[in-house]
Structure formats: structure tokens, C-alpha cells
Ligand binder design. Structure first.
Ligand SMILES: [Mn+2]
Length: 264
């Protein structure tokens, strides 16, 4: 079998709202990876995989054993794993993740696959508005803040981080589509297209699966989430599709609900 499929997934928020609930989603995700593993070339995790993550010098958060086991299987099969930092897991230790065999990206990145260009990012802090978060991000991304947090005892630090993460997003809330004008990441994409034209702009963060085709050949895709939608992008040499894992039937289907043609 050809190993030529690339998967992109984001916003699993593992750990939220509690470990028991999260474990159900974690098992579904592992099922997806097992299904694709024989034909998988690379896995792109586009941020917020964990609801909160912090690596102390010698301590990492407990749990997520099935997730890590499945990732190790992929690494042993020489399948590339890329990890883009989200707003909930921006404090993971890049060097530690690298030592596991994961390629970590702390900024947006353009890649090429099968002759198409893909602009990839988690999506936080992009587009108009959200000034409060953009300033917070500057503080959170600074090494000093990270080092200070590292001084807090892990039992307290991880408890505190998880509380704050849960508060920053009501993780069980289902995002709904209102209008294209309200899609601020699409506003960002339309502007970006003028200076950095790409075939696909793929983000997470919005927690709402979307596929918007614009300018004849360009596409904005939002990955949705693994809380309410179980959506992801599948890329093979001939197409790029937004798909959905149906946990109850262990079935993979195309996600077509929010698919807009000729948006510009
Ligand atoms: Mn998120």
C-alpha cells in the first residue's frame, strides 16, 4: 500500500473537561490513527491537542497514554509528525517534543504537498480584533513568563493551568456558523492571499469545520474540533478533503455541511 496520505487535525483539547470524558475522545482519535496508519505519510497536529500542557524540567502531565502510544507507533513507522503550537499548548517544551521525534512549529508555515501550497497555523491571534488575546500571547510566549511558571510546584502549576484553560474556553460549547462576514479567519485569509497566495489555508482554533473556496482555486479550511465535530483534513496525491470520523459507526465520511463555493 502506498504511504501517501497526510492528515491534519487540531483542537482535541485532551484533558478537558475532565480525564474521564477526554479519554473517550482520545480513544476515538487513536482509532482514526490506526485506520490510517498503513497509508499514512505524515500527521499534522495544528494546535490545542491538549487543553493544557506544560513541561517542567523533569515532569510532564500525567495521562494520555493511548495517544502517546499511537504517536510512538507512527514514529516507529517513520511517519512524520508535525506539531503546531496552539493557544492552549504553547508552553510545551519544544526540545523535549523534538527528542520524542516530533517536529514542532511555533509559527505559521507554508508547505508544499503534491504540487499544492498549504498555509498552516493554529489560527490564534490572526485576523481583525482580539487585541486582548494578542497582548496576552506576547506575554505568554516570552521565555521569562515560562520560566517563572516553571518555578511553581507541578501539582499546583498543572492544576492552575488546567483551571485557567477550562475557563478560557467553555470546552464543551458547540460553535455555530453565522455568516461568512463573521468568519474572522477567512477575513485574514482573503487579505493574506494578496501577498502570499496559496492553494490552501488551513487552521484550527475556530472549533467549527468550514471549507470556503474563493478566487477560483484557493481554499480556506477550518479543521473544526474533536469535541463536537470529529473533523480532520485528508490529503492524498489527487485531493484535499475535509472529513469526519463518525465514532458510533467507526466510519469516515466527507464533511460537507459548511462548504461554500465561489465565496469571492
Ligand atoms: Mn482550541
Amino acid at each position: 500500500m502506498n504511504k501517501d496520505v497526510v492528515l491534519m487535525v487540531s483542537d482535541l483539547h485532551l484533558g478537558a473537561p475532565d480525564m474521564e470524558t477526554s479519554l473517550i475522545r482520545e480513544k476515538h482519535f487513536c482509532q482514526l490513527l490506526q485506520t490510517y496508519r498503513p497509508k499514512l505519510k505524515a500527521l499534522y497536529l495544528l494546535g490545542d491537542v491538549f487543553d493544557f500542557w506544560f513541561d517542567y524540567r523533569s515532569v510532564s502531565p500525567k495521562g494520555y497514554h493511548r495517544f502517546w502510544g499511537e504517536l510512538m507507533n507512527l514514529i516507529d513507522d517513520q511517519i512524520e509528525i508535525h506539531y503546531f503550537l496552539g493557544n492552549h499548548d504553547m508552553w510545551l517544551c519544544i526540545d523535549y517534543f523534538k527528542s520524542i521525534g516530533i517536529i514542532v512549529h511555533s509559527e505559521k508555515k507554508i508547505i508544499e504537498l503534491y504540487g499544492k501550497t498549504y498555509f498552516l497555523a493554529h489560527g490564534d491571534g490572526l485576523g481583525p480584533k482580539d487585541y486582548k488575546y494578542k497582548n496576552l500571547k506576547k506575554i505568554f510566549r516570552c521565555k521569562l513568563a515560562q520560566n517563572m511558571f516553571g518555578l511553581i510546584h507541578p501539582n499546583l502549576g498543572i492544576w492552575l493551568g488546567s483551571k485557567l484553560s477550562n475557563k478560557s474556553r467553555n470546552s464543551q460549547k458547540k460553535e455555530e456558523f453565522i455568516s461568512l462576514e463573521n468568519e474572522w479567519l477567512f477575513t485574514y485569509v482573503k487579505k493574506k492571499f494578496l501577498t502570499q497566495p496559496c492553494d490552501y489555508y488551513i487552521f484550527g482554533h475556530r472549533h467549527l469545520p468550514l471549507h470556503i473556496e474563493f478566487n477560483q482555486k484557493s481554499n480556506y479550511i477550518n479543521l473544526g474540533d474533536w469535541i463536537n465535530y470529529f473533523t480532520f483534513v485528508e490529503i492524498n496525491p489527487s485531493q484535499t478533503r475535509l472529513r469526519k470520523y463518525a465514532p458510533n459507526d467507526n466510519e469516515i465520511i466527507d464533511y460537507t455541511e459548511h462548504h461554500f463555493l465561489d465565496a469571492l
